[in-house]
Design a protein around this ligand. Structure first.
Ligand code: ATP
Length: 448
């Protein structure tokens, strides 16, 4: 059997420690749909909160929105998704599997996994056909064509159709933005790589409305801000790069598009897109709805349809990136230590409180400390097993600090704080532990 890859190990750690489970696992699972377990939901929430904080709370020019997943079907006609949100699909007449025609080189042939579809002697691929990625359902009791609605394949359209509502209710002026985090659904043909490409996922999208002519400048500004955000999340800058969409890739309405890519164990792949969408979206919705969506700029007396600079990231994909980036195997005293070196802001648990042994007032003191700390930080109390094993368990889920109450604590009123990455230890007064941790973990919006 081949040795497990980093991704194999990560998938198994994610399941074992409660980050990510396969959806409906007891029924054999549902293709490319995943559930976030106790630690996974905490990790993803920390990422989303950090994004929301930097986009909405820390800025005066962006408002938040939470639009419904179901929208009027005409939205998807106007946006171009009904006609054009398609992938080219090929079927293999021999093994009956389906593949994306443009990704054949990235997936194994089901009959001969060392080859790609079409390369094995018995492969018999059809011509590519276009396949719409939107999930359809029916609204109301009758399953007929007139009742078709779609599960949104992106959150952005909810922002475009609400742009005037937000503008009029918030007293913003162009330039301004609307940010939203929410579920999106795509019936991906060849999903895979764990939670990298799934059929149900969450997007963190921000649409920034600007005066035509200032779009290039805002585009560059948002590029800089978004890359900086990923760096501040603690991701290794050497594993992040820009990919500029060339003329073949660029959507027909976009003036410019760049992806932020991360170097996953399975290659460089997009984690966020930054696009200059021009006035395409508002123009299309204005035409299709018959409602004027122009902005009147008081200062200049001009009326115009704003251009839109979009930043669009996947919360699940960034969570996967944080996991991959943090994963390390280290040799410590002849043993392998598995550690997730999460930035403290995204770590699901910020600190563990551990009584060295369950006697001599240690549990009482540790419990009191835990009850105190948990009012301010996500903490975990663990009193079972040897202390070294407890440290390892916390390393494996990326807890940055372990606070140990030992035999001396009753005498000197101090505890030992062990650092996950260096494994070094500091002796700190019990009354100062919170301040010590907060100084290192951060405050509001920093995941603290
Ligand atoms: P790809 O080329 O990978 O299919 P895309 O260019 O269609 O992605 P966008 O429509 O720009 O992606 O979506 C913006 C972001 O949403 C992506 O950068 C990614 O983080 C996330 N995303 C898109 N599709 C999926 C998916 N199927 N599963 C998880 N995240 C996704």
């Amino acid at each position: 059997m081949p040795a497990p890859t980093v991704m194999d190990k990560l998938v198994s750690l994610a399941k074992r420690r409660g980050f990510v489970f396969q959806s409906s696992e007891i029924y054999g699972g549902l293709g490319s749909v995943w559930d976030f377990g106790p630690l996974g939901v905490a990790l993803k929430r920390n990422i989303k909160e950090r994004w929301w904080w930097s986009m909405v709370q820390a800025r005066d020019d962006i408002e938040g929105l939470d639009a419904a997943i179901l929208m009027h079907p005409k939205v998807w006609e106007a946006s171009g998704h009904v006609a054009g949100f398609t992938d080219p699909l090929v079927d293999c007449r021999t093994c009956k599997a389906r593949f994306r025609a443009d990704k054949l080189g990235e997936v194994p042939c089901p009959q001969k996994p060392s080859k790609h579809p079409g390369e094995h002697s018995t492969c018999d691929l059809t011509e590519p056909r276009l396949f719409n990625l939107m999930f359809k359902t029916f609204m109301g009791p009758v399953e007929e064509q007139a009742a078709v609605v779609y599960l949104r394949p992106e959150t952005a359209q909810g922002i475009y159709v609400n742009y005037l509502n937000v503008l009029n209710s918030s007293r913003q002026k162009v330039p301004f933005g609307i940010a939203q985090i929410g579920k999106a659904f795509r019936n991906e043909i060849t999903p895979g790589n764990f939670i990298f490409r799934t059929r149900e996922f969450e997007q963190m999208e921000m649409q920034f409305f600007v005066k035509p002519g200032s779009d290039d400048e805002w585009f560059e500004r948002w590029r800089g801000l978004r890359m900086a955000w990923h760096h501040e999340l603690g991701l290794n800058p050497a594993r992040l790069r820009w990919h500029q969409h060339g003329p073949q890739e660029l959507a027909h309405y976009a003036r410019a598009a760049y992806d932020i890519e991360y170097e996953f164990p399975f290659g460089w792949n997009e984690i966020e897109g930054i696009h200059n969408r021009t006035d395409f979206d508002l123009k299309r919705h204005q035409e299709a709805s018959g409602k004027k969506l122009e902005y009147f700029e008081q200062a200049s007396g001009e009326r115009f349809l704003p251009f839109i600079v979009e930043t669009s990231a996947g919360a699940d994909r960034v969570a996967l990136t944080a996991l991959v980036d943090a994963y390390r195997e280290e040799e410590v005293e002849g043993e392998t230590r598995v550690v997730l070196r999460f930035h403290p802001a995204v770590a699901p648990i910020k600190a563990a409180v551990l009584p060295l042994v369950n006697k001599d007032r240690m549990p009482e003191m540790a419990t009191a400390l835990y009850n105190d700390l948990r009012k301010h930080l996500v903490c975990f109390y663990d009193d079972s097993g040897a202390i070294g094993r407890r440290y390892r368990r916390m390393d494996e889920v990326g807890t940055p600090y372990c606070v140990t109450v030992d035999g001396q604590s009753a005498e000197d009123g101090q505890a030992t704080i062990r650092h996950r990455d260096t494994m070094s230890q500091d002796r700190i007064a019990l009354g100062s532990v919170l301040e010590y941790l907060r100084g290192r973990i951060g405050g509001i919006g920093q995941g603290g």
